[in-house]
Design a protein around this ligand. Structure first.
Ligand code: NIG
Ligand code: FE
Length: 409
């Protein structure tokens, strides 16, 4: 059965936009008094409401009786929402001026979340992940990438990825999982970083593949995590095993983005410390440049150079990095809106970064745009003017959200 939803004050289909480079707001198609026809979870037509009434006279109707702006659901292509416990003590120390090293010495940092997540049972991890995914969904985020990386041993990495798989059965949001066993060398691993990465390749990834738990890997390239050389070898071997790659790159020091491009990674994420060289490499490549304003806000540091990346011609996506350490807020729209004012991003650039430009980071071809044949992942904001969405800096939330054509909010 076909369903006609509308009329909307404005529909922004976000179709026909280039994947890379700068965007002007004038490039956005705005359908005034628009409607959308959906069937079997897919989009059948997007056009002026009156036209659709004529063309689809037998449709069921979902009548919208208030001013509303319709957008595609957002795609958050980088999160760590499967974890237990908080790091509020780290945060209090950080805002009081303590350094990364001081916090780590006091028992904080990634390892603290590893300890808490290792002792959490499966039910707790599933519930935590579902609760966070559902909060995102209510806020219009219909597709969410979720990383492991707080297990860092065989049993706990497996537990995290199984929890993410279980969670995906209990939320309407689409979850895309990624193995981040290469988040840091676990403190209880006896051996070099190369030996640890080889262990992941030999012992963990084949099991993840056999059990269809994920087909993606991530690695944190940083002085405090893994070196560029060891990371490149790891990513190349993981790709040979059939895994797609993404990278935590250039967060505090440059170098990771070059590895991401050399390894043919789908995305290089963070980029706060990228130099002209990394920006040029990303711009020339098909690797999506994912900026994470939530981590800049959480760490009290500068944003990634999104403006320069766009000017040079990169594909820039914005993701939340929702995690217990550096990005506890997890509000994608607030983060994108706040960053856009500082980095001078156009509304078109921000909306594209949250939808069609995030899709290739997850190899998604049928979401992020309101086009015929795409999934009917939709969100409607209570306004008649799409510019209000960033004007209210993310405080205006969608009043309605549809996942695969079903109303979930
Ligand atoms: O993306 N940079 C490394 N990993 C996470 C932080 C994780 C944590 O602190 O727990 C990030 O910011
Ligand atoms: Fe991250």
């Amino acid at each position: 059965m076909k369903l006609l939803i509308g009329p909307f004050s404005q529909i922004l289909p976000l179709t026909g936009l280039p994947l890379k480079g700068t965007l002007q707001d004038e490039q956005l198609t705005v359908i005034e008094k628009g409607g959308i026809v959906v069937s079997d979870g897919k989009i059948v037509a997007v056009a002026p409401y009156k036209e659709l009434q004529r063309e689809y006279p037998d449709c069921e109707l979902a009548f919208i009786d208030r001013p509303m702006v319709l957008l595609p659901g957002f795609i958050d292509c980088h999160t760590h929402i499967c974890f237990d416990g908080t790091r509020n003590r780290d945060y209090a120390m950080r805002i009081a001026g303590k350094s990364y090293l001081e916090i780590a010495r006091a028992g904080g940092g990634i390892w603290d979340s590893v300890t808490k997540t290792r002792i959490a049972d499966m039910v707790t991890l599933v519930e935590n992940t579902v609760a966070r995914a559902n909060r995102h969904l209510k806020e219009g985020v219909t597709t969410i990438e979720v990383k492991s990386g707080y297990g860092l041993n065989f049993e706990s990495e497996l537990k995290m990825l199984q929890a993410i798989q279980q969670a995906s059965l209990h939320t309407a949001a689409t979850l895309v999982s990624t193995c981040l066993a290469a988040h840091m060398k676990p403190r209880d691993f006896n051996g070099t970083e190369e030996a640890y990465l080889q262990w992941v390749l030999n012992e963990l990834l084949p099991v993840l593949k056999a059990e269809a738990l994920t087909n993606r890997v991530d690695i944190f390239i940083e002085e405090t995590a893994f070196s560029a050389t060891a990371s490149l070898t790891y990513l190349q071997k993981a790709r040979e095993l059939g895994f797609a790659a993404t990278v935590h790159a250039d967060q505090f020091s440059a170098g990771g983005a070059a590895v991401a491009v050399a390894a043919g990674a789908l995305s290089a994420d963070h980029l706060e410390a990228s130099s002209d060289k990394e920006i040029a490499l990303l711009a020339k490549s098909d690797t999506v440049a994912v900026v994470l304003p939530g981590a800049s806000l959480g760490l009290g540091m500068h944003y990634a150079p999104a403006r320069r990346l766009l000017n040079e011609g990169a594909c820039v996506a914005i993701a939340s990095d929702w995690n217990p350490g550096s990005a506890p807020m997890g509000d994608l729209l607030i983060q994108a809106a706040v960053m856009s004012a500082a980095e001078k991003l156009s509304t078109a650039e921000v909306l594209a970064a949250l939808t069609l430009r995030a899709a290739p980071a997850l190899q998604i071809k049928d979401a992020g745009q309101l086009d015929v044949g795409f999934v009917a992942d939709l969100q409607a904001y209570p306004t008649a003017d799409f510019r209000d969405i960033l004007y209210y800096q993310g405080k205006m939330k969608p009043a309605m959200v549809w996942k695969k054509g079903d109303l979930v909010q």
